[in-house]
Design a protein around this ligand. Sequence first.
Ligand SMILES: Cc1cc2nc3c(=O)[nH]c(=O)nc-3n(C[C@H](O)[C@H](O)[C@H](O)COP(=O)(O)OP(=O)(O)OC[C@H]3O[C@@H](n4cnc5c(N)ncnc54)[C@H](O)[C@@H]3O)c2cc1C
Length: 380
Amino acid sequence: MSIVSVIGAGFSGISAATYLASAGYQVHVFEKNNVPGGRARQLVTESGYTFDMGPSWYWMPDVFERYFGDFGYSVSDFYSLKRLDPSFDVVFGKNDTTHIPDRYTSLRSLFEEIEPGSAKRLDQFMEEAEYKYKTGMESLVYKPGISISEFADLELMKGVFRLQVFSSFSKHIRNYFTHPKLIAPMEFPILFLGALPENTPALYSLMNYAGLKLGTHYPEGGFGSVVKAMVDLAKMKGVTFHYNANVEKIEIKHNEANALLVDGKLFPCDAIVAAADYHHVETKLLPSKYRNYTEEYWSKKTFAPSSLIFYLGFNKKIPSLQHHTLFFDEDLTLHSKEIYTDPQWPTKPLFYACCASRSDETIVPNGHESIFFLCPLHLD
Ligand SMILES: Cc1cc2nc3c(=O)[nH]c(=O)nc-3n(C[C@H](O)[C@H](O)[C@H](O)COP(=O)(O)OP(=O)(O)OC[C@H]3O[C@@H](n4cnc5c(N)ncnc54)[C@H](O)[C@@H]3O)c2cc1C
């Protein structure tokens, strides 16, 4: 049986390993940390707090359902999901908070209240966004990406202008809405992508459909439950996980990857899937003659912003805080500029607070609260 080595036990590595094991390969995953999950791993403190270290917004539940469905399971076989209402709060100033409701009818009413006439425009906006989501997922995301001919699809060709790959997100939003209190919650998902809304294609309004129509969910136990579910499934398919296993080099002989150097020891295999950051794999693990890009190429690339995150435990409840709260009480444009266009320490930082214990008592000691504060930053 052919042996495949996978570098990294984040979502992508676990998922690649599971599909490969299911297809009959003998699969070994090498993970440098002592736990799986990568950016989605959890911090469990001695004092009884569990923090999701990275992801906290569970959007696009259909993607997770499809994943487990590919192996004959459903999400509910592994963990429970809670749909949050309000989906999230946006704080614009002292005593000035907007609750973004989960129900679309309530969302329409909120829009209409803030900007008369905007409910109808929200319907039109969402109709476009739904088209982009469905076409984008089916015709782009789920394609294997091996050949350009995969995209020679008549429907896709016809819809290419409707997908708005060439116009800006920022302009698109402003064609529909003018009030800053409507623009802010619509634009914030774009900041996750690592670019300014004016430099992001309007295609990404599909994220508004994902967030505002398909709902904001919470996996009970936190994102660690998703990681555990994926690892359990991978093991059921026969995947072997090696933790505290730092891959130092990909060995290539006769133009074929044939071994991994893991903590000074060679691990022979027939194929390798690198599911760690591309830049790291190219510049640190691959012998230079096999690299696709030069350092100069990488130095010109803009990576997603860094984040300063505080994981805090409180020995009391904070009822005024919802599960997700965006603090937009300072100038969003200025903060965005200080990340992307004129990188510097933010003058007046905006931040996001995640109070998952609001939805889940199991992740904190009784009567306590856990909050993580995230402030996006530019760091060299
Ligand atoms: C602060 C933050 C907040 C986020 N919030 C959200 C959110 O709310 N919703 C959402 O959907 N997404 C969110 N994301 C994005 C999401 O977490 C990532 O897209 C996802 O976890 C990436 O998974 P991955 O498997 O591709 O990479 P990773 O999780 O980075 O996994 C790569 C793995 O490879 C391992 N590795 C690297 N190099 C080596 C080596 N040489 N040898 C062995 N192992 C190695 C790493 O330790 C890691 O475990 C957030 C990310 C961050 C950082």
